[in-house]
Design a protein. Structure first.
Lengths: 110, 119
């Protein structure tokens, strides 16, 4: 299975909105509404931010939202804050009952 | 509060077997859910290794399937990872995590443990 494709980096100023894309295939992202997003600060374990494309776990800010169109999923962070600076990973369930991650995107808050 | 804690040797020799255990507290493994292992080489991205339900067959990453075994010990409320014939490419931080719905996502993660493969 091939890793999902994410941009290596994105940046934005405080208060702005940014979107991170995650492109897969018809065997993963395109075929299932089972895309999730994780936030990872340096030296820390990943934290689940979005599951099943657009659902937020309890305690996650509503500034984080997810969507999907075809083979591409997206994570949008609105009202960017300094604490949002981190690495973000998408993942998707696949037709082989496996899980595949994206390569990760480094978010810089200017 | 669900908590997961990885344990095992931090250094493994090439060609040997990497063995890690994940102790779960705050939730009984036998109550359900999936339990998985994910790794992250230094400075690189996440890679799913495999997941297992509290009963039933595990699911593995095809690229690692020939070398991996994941098992559950409900009596100790823990699950384990064995990775055989390791090389330097297996050096990574290894995380254990809980998956509420098959291999769809993980909601609780351990803090991770660094395993270095070196002679």
């Amino acid at each position: 299975q091939s890793a999902l494709t994410q941009p290596a980096s994105v940046s934005g100023s405080p208060g702005q909105s940014i979107t991170i894309s995650c492109t897969g295939t018809s065997s993963d992202v395109g075929d299932y509404n089972y895309v999730s997003w994780y936030q990872q600060h340096p030296g820390k374990a990943p934290k689940l931010m979005i599951y099943d494309v657009s659902n937020r776990p309890s305690g996650v800010s509503n500034r984080f939202s997810g969507s999907k169109s075809g083979n591409t999923a997206s994570l949008t962070i609105s009202g960017l804050q300094a604490e949002d600076e981190a690495d973000y990973y998408c993942s998707s369930y696949t037709s082989s009952i496996t899980l595949v991650f994206g390569g990760g995107t480094k978010l810089t808050v200017l | 509060q669900v908590q997961l804690q990885e344990s095992g040797p931090g250094l493994v020799k090439p060609s040997e077997t990497l063995s890690l255990t994940c102790a779960v507290s705050g939730y009984s493994i036998s109550s359900g859910y999936y339990w998985g292992w994910i790794r992250q080489p230094p400075g690189k991205g996440l890679e799913w290794i495999g997941s297992i339900f509290h009963i039933g067959s595990p699911y593995y990453n095809p690229s690692l399937k020939s070398r991996v075994t994941i098992s559950v010990d409900t009596s100790k409320n823990q699950f384990s990872l064995k990775l055989r014939s390791v090389t330097a490419a297996d050096t990574a931080v290894y995380y254990c995590a809980r998956g509420p719905k098959s291999t769809r996502y993980f909601d609780y993660w351990g803090q991770g443990t660094l395993v270095t493969v070196s002679s």
